[in-house]
Design a protein around this ligand. Sequence first.
Ligand code: NAD
Ligand code: UDP
Ligand code: UDP
Length: 343
Amino acid sequence: TTSRVSSAMITSWGGSGKVPLGLKRKGLRVLVTGGAGFVGSHLVDRLIARGDSVIVVDNFFTGRKENVVHHFGNPRFEMIRHDVVEPLLVEVDQIYHLACPASPVHYKFNPVKTIKTNVVGTLNMLGLAKRIGARFLLTSTSEVYGDPLQHPQVETYWGNVNPIGVRSCYDEGKRVAETLTMDYHRGAGVEVRIARIFNTYGPRMCIDDGRVVSNFVAQALRKEPMTVYGDGKQTRSFQFVSDLVEGLMRLMEGEHVGPFNLGNPGEFTMLELAEVVKETIDPNARIEFRANTEDDPHKRKPDITRAKELLGWEPKVSLRKGLPLMVTDFRQRIFGDHIEETA
Ligand code: NAD
Ligand code: UDP
Ligand code: UDP
C-alpha cells in the first residue's frame, strides 16, 4: 500500500519529495470525471469503500445524482457540477477520466459536443494532470477498432474506422483522446493509463439509453417486443460492470500504460442475447426486427491476453449471472413500489 501513495502524492504537494507533517494520510485524493454516470458511480463506490477521498465532476448530461446520492454527507465525497470542456482547478493524486456519453443515442444527439468533450475535455484533464503531477487514466473504447477486420481484437490492431460517419464523433473523438494521452505522456512526462472498454452492462444503466442490453431488458419487463436491429447476427461481448471497475483500478495502480482491452470475451449474437433475456425475465417475450443503424460493427470480441498477463485481470461474471442483477435494478426503477404488490 505504501507504493500506491508515493510518487503522485508527493509531487502534488509541490514535488518537495517530502509529505508535510500532519498531511500524511492513508487514502488517496481521486478525481472521477463522469462519476455520476453508470460506470463512474460504481467506481466511486469502490474508491470510497477503500478509504479514498473522491471528487466527482459531472455536467449531468447522462449522469444522475441518484447514482451517487448515497455518498452525500460523507466528508470524503464531493460533487461538482462542471463541464470538462471548461478548465478545472483541483488538487488530486489520480484522475479517472470517464466524462463522455457512451450510448450511440446520446453521443449522436449533439455530435459536435461529443467531439469537444473528447478532445477539449481530455486536453483539459491532461493539462490538469500535468500541473498537479497526478496519474491520469483514460476510458477509451472498443469503438477505436471501428468495424474491425481482425477478430478478436488485439490492442496492436489499428482499427477500421469511418472518419465521416455518424459514429465518428465518438470513435474518432476517442482516438484523438488516446493520441493526446500518449503525447502528454511522451512530451510532458504525465503518468498515463489507457483502457479500451468493451460493451458493459449492469445496475444504474440509463433505462432508455438505446443500448441493446438496456433496451431488451426494459422491453421484456414492460411486455413490449425486443427490438432486434438488422438480422440480429451481429455480435458483441458483454461485460458486467463490477468486472470493469476491478480492471480499471488494477490498471490505475499497476505499472503499465496500455492500452488494455477490458471486456468479457464471451461473444453473443443479438438473437442469442434476446434468448438469454427471455430465459431471465419472461419465456414468452417476443422479438421484432427493425432496420439497422448506419456503420454498425458486425463483430466485436476482445482479446484480453495482455490484461491477463500484465494486470492479472479477467472477468468473473458471465452474462447469465450478471443479467439478473441488472434486471432487479431495472424492475425497481421501472415499476417502483408496484413490485411489492405483485410479488
Ligand atoms: P454514462 O453516459 O453513464 O456516463 C458518462 C458520464 O459523463 C455521465 O455522468 C455524463 O453526465 C458525464 N458527462 C458527459 N459529458 C460531460 C462533460 N462534457 N463534462 C462533464 N461530464 C460529462 O456512460 P458510461 O457507460 O458510464 O461510460 C463511462 C465512460 O466509459 C465513457 O467515457 C465511455 O466512453 C466509456 N465506455 C463505456 C462503455 C460502456 O459499455 N458502458 C464502453 C466503452 C467505453
Ligand atoms: N488546464 C486545466 N487545469 C489545470 C491546468 C490546465 O483545466 O490545472 C487546462 C488548460 O486550461 C489548458 C489545457 O488544460 O487549456 C492544457 O493545459 P497545458 O498546460 O498542457 O497547455 P497550455 O495551457 O499551455 O495550452
Ligand atoms: N441493437 C439491437 N437492438 C436495440 C439496440 C441495439 O439489436 O434495441 C444492436 C445494435 O445494432 C448493435 C448492438 O445491438 O449491433 C449493440 O448496440 P449498442 O448500441 O448496445 O452498442 P454498440 O453498438 O456501441 O456496441
